[in-house]
Write a protein that binds this ligand. Structure first.
Ligand code: IPE
Ligand code: IPE
Ligand code: MG
Length: 251
């Protein structure tokens, strides 16, 4: 047992999550896959509030990948509806808690209605100073690099930039989330050990944590477990889940 005070410096600044396993969680109970997506919303809420209480600077949640359009039309439709509903119900809460919401990804493929909702949510919370919550929707790591390249190429064409000035830092500055720290910890639920075209550049040095539990089962304890694992890997000393918990406000 150790009561040693753990510094919050040891915590990851930016946590990214691949929220996987909704479909399998539902199917295991003989329910349709969309039942899993609906139940995944509670896990999103718990993850955001636990991370905020831990004082994490940014959380990025993979909600819909560029490849997910290939799913059955009905499932995609439910996911889009869910996205709209959740934006409407949750934004007030995020705002009240001083959190900043941002949606990263190619938003142009979403309905006008959804695009408007997203813009309103981002605008409403833009001046907040608490944790940044990034929702990756129609996001792909390859898309992100490609859109950065395109912008850089336009600047070169226009003579604003010379090709000599293309550097790693310049590319980083044109990617999504260039203003927040690189990802320190990536969590993937659902048991698969792959990146599935989530952030590629930004994950260059992230610790990768894979857990077999399905996304709808993920909660505060699961986040603490992942963060404890991270701290012990980075600092190579044995901290406990309770020490991580002690860093939470309003325990
Ligand atoms: C993740 O769960 C949610 C999205 C990709 C939208 P899945 O729907 O991929 O669930 P599994 O992996 O099939 O169980
Ligand atoms: C990754 O999960 C994307 C999201 C969680 C949004 P997928 O279930 O789509 O990934 P694959 O198909 O297993 O690679
Ligand atoms: Mg999946």
């Amino acid at each position: 047992m150790s009561n040693t005070h753990l510094s919050s410096e040891a915590l990851p600044k930016h946590i990214a999550v691949i929220m996987d396993g909704n479909g399998r969680w539902a199917e295991a109970q003989g329910k349709p896959r969309v039942f899993g997506h609906k139940n995944g919303v509670a896990a999103v809420r718990k993850t955001i509030s636990s991370a905020a209480r831990l004082g994490i600077e940014a959380v990025t949640l993979f909600a819909f990948s560029s490849e997910n359009w290939q799913r059955p039309e009905e499932e995609v439709g439910v996911l889009m509806e869910l996205f709209l509903t959740v934006l409407s119900t949750e934004v007030k809460k995020l705002h009240k808690n001083n959190l900043r919401l941002r949606v990263i990804g190619d938003k142009s493929r979403f309905s006008e209605r959804l695009q408007t909702k997203i813009a309103q949510a981002e605008e409403k919370t833009s001046a907040n100073s608490g944790m940044v919550v990034n929702i990756a929707a129609n996001y792909g790591g390859k898309w992100d690099i490609a859109q950065a390249m395109k912008t850089i190429a336009i600047e070169v064409e226009q003579g604003k930039l010379s090709s000599d000035s293309i550097s790693e830092d310049l590319i980083t500055s044109h990617l999504s989330m260039s203003d927040i720290p690189a990802v320190d910890l990536l969590i993937r639920t659902g048991g698969e050990c792959r990146i599935s075209n989530f952030m590629l550049w930004q994950l260059a040095y992230a610790e990768l944590y894979f857990t077999p539990i399905y996304w709808p089962e993920f909660g505060e304890d699961s986040l603490i477990e992942a963060v404890t694992w991270f701290v012990n890997r980075e600092r190579r000393f044995g901290c406990t889940g309770n020490q991580i918990k002690a860093l939470m406000e309003n325990q």
